[in-house]
Ligand binder design. Structure first.
Ligand code: NAD
Ligand code: WQD
Length: 329
């Protein structure tokens, strides 16, 4: 009996594979390396001393997924595979609908055919749109402000419809806040193909001189220092949230915020990074970025109450681990 991990070579997926293998579970991984590298799989094997089956396949490919299910006894799926760059989703919305919504639809169909009806899905805080207040709990109104966010909302709705049609399904929708950090070994972290979009990978590029400076997107927000506030969560904490979700799977569709519940501004993150790592991170204040909320911070108490999970690592550790990984790259 194995757990299928789609997108298991990616940033969050690879750290989750480590936690699953370390807890003695058997896994099967599917990835097409659109945004990851085969090396991540070698490192998972090295760090855990465990082996697992890997299929280089696209989740949109029905035949390939059918083969995965035919050759393995898959009991649960943790579904990370998808595109995640907000700005790119505005330019190429159909790619996002095809890959994220289309791919998930194929996956759910094949799961259903093989009577595998337990799913943990990577949703996102983006489903809250621009929240009217913080902290954000799971009952807040949902909305999408870009095609990427809309794919997550549509997938959440697909899952609810599926359960209405067949009440054997157990689905956990995990709404991640801002995942950062890396494995403590420094060997595994966020290594995207192409130009990064998120703050931490951009800080890393500025710290290593790959880019001259960071553009801090606006300093006139109604926040303590005028820059946007977010709820950063260490990727290892996030990975452990998936184990907790698997262990507490219940019939129906459940939603959980996975965040640390603490808010840090862009300047807080840059200054913490500089302080704990002793490196310079050049930045300049630039224009606001379209669609940014002034503040987004989770209320993670439902996950603590129902899953027995809460984030343990602080912002200093997130910055230290991210830097260690970059130095070893
Ligand atoms: P990532 O890009 O590092 O990982 C995604 C993995 O899926 C990659 O290895 C990629 O190659 C693979 N993939 C993409 N499309 C595929 C396909 N059609 N078939 C097979 N493999 C495919 O991203 P991540 O940060 O690890 O995010 C994982 C999931 O979490 C995504 O669904 C993302 O939308 C969601 N999420 C991420 C964040 C974040 O900020 N990192 C926040 C909230 C939600
Ligand atoms: C964080 C803060 C920027 C870049 C996104 C997605 C969300 C989820 C997580 C997937 C913001 C500021 C950034 C830069 C900056 N992903 N910033 N200069 O926007 O909170 O969330 O990733 O589901 O859906 O929207 O994260 O890392 O892009 O930005 O000042 O060059 O850093 O304005 O305040 P965001 P981010």
């Amino acid at each position: 009996m194995s757990i299928l991990i789609t997108g298991g070579a990616g940033f969050i997926g690879s750290h989750t594979c480590i936690e699953l293998l370390n807890s003695g579970r058997e896994i099967v991984v599917v990835d097409n390396f659109f945004n990851s590298k085969p090396k991540a799989l070698e490192i998972i094997r090295e760090l855990t001393g465990s082996d697992f089956k890997f299929y280089e396949a696209d989740i949109c490919d029905k035949q390939a997924l059918t083969r995965v299910f035919a050759e393995n006894e898959i009991t649960e799926v943790i579904h990370f595979a998808g595109y995640k760059a907000v700005a790119e989703s505005v330019r190429f919305p159909l790619n996002y609908y095809n890959n994220n919504v289309g791919g998930t639809s194929v996956l759910l169909e094949i799961m259903s055919r093989h009577n595998c009806k337990k799913l943990v899905f990577s949703s996102s805080a983006t489903v809250y749109g621009i929240p009217e207040s913080v902290p954000v709990n799971e009952d807040f109104p949902l909305s999408a402000i870009n095609p990427y966010g809309r794919t997550k909302l549509i997938i959440e709705e697909m899952c609810r419809d599926l359960h209405i049609s067949d009440n054997e399904w157990s689905i956990a929708l995990l709404r991640y806040f801002n995942p950062v950090g890396a494995h403590e070994s420094g060997k595994l972290g966020e290594d995207p193909n192409g130009i990064p979009n998120n703050l931490m990978p951009i800080i890393l590029q500025a710290a290593t001189g790959k880019i001259p400076e960071i553009n801090v997107c606006g300093n006139d927000y109604p926040t303590p220092d005028g820059t946007c506030v977010r709820d950063y969560i260490h990727v290892v904490d996030l990975a452990r949230g998936h184990i907790a979700a698997l262990e507490h799977m219940k019939n129906g569709v459940q939603t959980y915020n996975l965040g640390a519940g603490k808010g840090y501004s862009v300047l807080d993150v840059i200054n913490t990074f500089k302080r704990v790592n002793g490196v310079n991170v050049p930045y300049k204040i630039a224009e606001r970025r379209l669609g940014d909320a002034a503040e987004c911070r989770s209320d993670p108490s439902k996950a603590e109450r129902e899953l027995g999970w809460k984030a343990e690592f602080g912002i200093e550790r997130m910055c230290e681990d991210a830097w260690r990984f970059t130095l070893l790259l």
